[in-house]
Ligand binder design. Structure first.
Ligand code: P6P
Length: 348
């Protein structure tokens, strides 16, 4: 009989990996899992309840907020506030950071960045959506946490994870010692270990990019897309194009099957669209821990300087060999673009 191991049991078991841990991180992960179960319950009946459609508000990005966006944001903030292990939250849905200065939280050592419901444009059409979270130790030693406490490089993350609300609901996370996936068993209301030691295939045959933006892509991305579409049996090309408009869904599929996800800079979004603090950094941490790679096309995502809460970054993320091939195209064609800009065109 296969032994069921719940997320709670797993977290406690792994706590020994952190000799100085006093259980705060374990409890923080538990708080996030509680909120995920509550949000999951609402998502699963979204078609029935009057929570479809827009809430009529817009978030800091100027994007219309779906009612479930707002609900999910409230649930994760409430769970973190009552859990007592987090002293500050940054959310895609809030312009500024949120201090949690209650007696039980104001001296907590962790700060959390969260995208409470990523891919929410897909809510009404029943395509997978997700929550992304990133956990840091606060850098300040006393008083109210400030925005500086979260403006840390991705390499400083203590933990990162996502919840995908798809054909089943899964929680996937890392604390820097590999990646593990848990599937929600609704019959017992527990996330149960279903994907231990998740690793992404070193290469794959899936590429994920919004080709509707093709004309705005840098030359290196255009050339890489054509490379993916060429016929070459030795390298299993042409690849398959899969793009859902939900980063968590696309990255989870690529994590399981192998593949690359690219959201490059474009003329419309010169710094890319996805946010560094609560989308790119956590997903990069997870992907690297699973044996994959993540860069902005040239620089490792986790090494990027973080200077603004809602800072954007281009992202090339997934199977290591596929990301390296895309980076090669970016290098070659970036140099060419510079040489053309500097007045000496190459005969290509
Ligand atoms: P586009 C969803 O809004 C999101 O932040 C990611 O989940 C997704 O990968 C991307 O934006 C989709 O953006 O411009 O292709 O619709």
């Amino acid at each position: 009989m296969n032994e069921i191991k719940t997320l709670g049991q797993f977290i406690i078991e792994k706590q020994k990996d952190f000799p100085y841990a006093k259980g705060e991180l374990s409890r923080l992960l538990r708080d996030l899992a509680i909120a995920a179960k509550i949000v999951n319950r609402e998502i699963n009946k979204a078609g029935l309840a009057s929570i479809l459609g827009d809430s009529g508000t817009v978030n800091v990005q100027g994007e219309s907020q779906k009612k479930l966006d707002v609900y999910a944001n409230e649930q994760f903030i409430a769970a973190l506030r009552s859990g007592g292990e987090c002293c500050m939250i940054v959310s895609e849905e809030n312009d500024e950071h949120i201090n949690i200065d209650s007696e039980i939280s104001k001296n907590a050592k962790y700060v959390v960045a969260i995208d409470p419901l990523d891919g929410s444009s897909n809510i009404d059409v029943n395509v997978g959506i997700g929550t992304i979270f990133s956990i840091y130790r606060r850098t300040s030693v006393s008083g109210a946490a400030t925005v500086e406490d979260i403006l840390q490089k991705g390499t400083s993350q203590v933990a990162a994870g996502y919840i995908i609300y798809g054909s089943s609901t899964m929680l996937v996370y890392t604390t820097g010692k590999g990646v593990n996936g848990f599937t929600l068993d609704p019959s017992i209301g527990e996330f149960c270990l279903s994907h231990p030691n998740l690793t992404i295939p070193e290469s794959g045959t899936i590429y994920s990019i919004n080709e509707g933006n093709y004309i705005h892509f840098p030359q290196g991305v255009k050339k890489y897309i054509k490379y993916c579409q060429e016929e070459d049996k030795n390298t299993f090309r042409p690849y398959t194009s899969r793009y859902t408009g939900s980063m968590v869904a696309d990255l989870h599929r690529n994590l399981i099957k192998g593949g690359i996800f690219i959201y490059p800079y474009t003329s419309a979004s010169p710094k890319g669209k996805l946010r560094l603090v609560y989308e790119c950094n956590p997903m990069a941490f997870i992907m690297e821990q699973a044996g994959g790679k993540a860069s902005d096309g040239t620089t490792r995502i986790l090494d990027l300087d973080v200077y603004e809460l809602h800072q954007r970054s281009p992202i090339f993320i997934g199977s290591r060999l596929m990301v390296e091939k895309a980076e090669e195209f970016m290098r070659v064609f970036h140099r060419e673009a510079l040489e053309v800009l500097n007045g000496f065109a190459l005969d290509v």
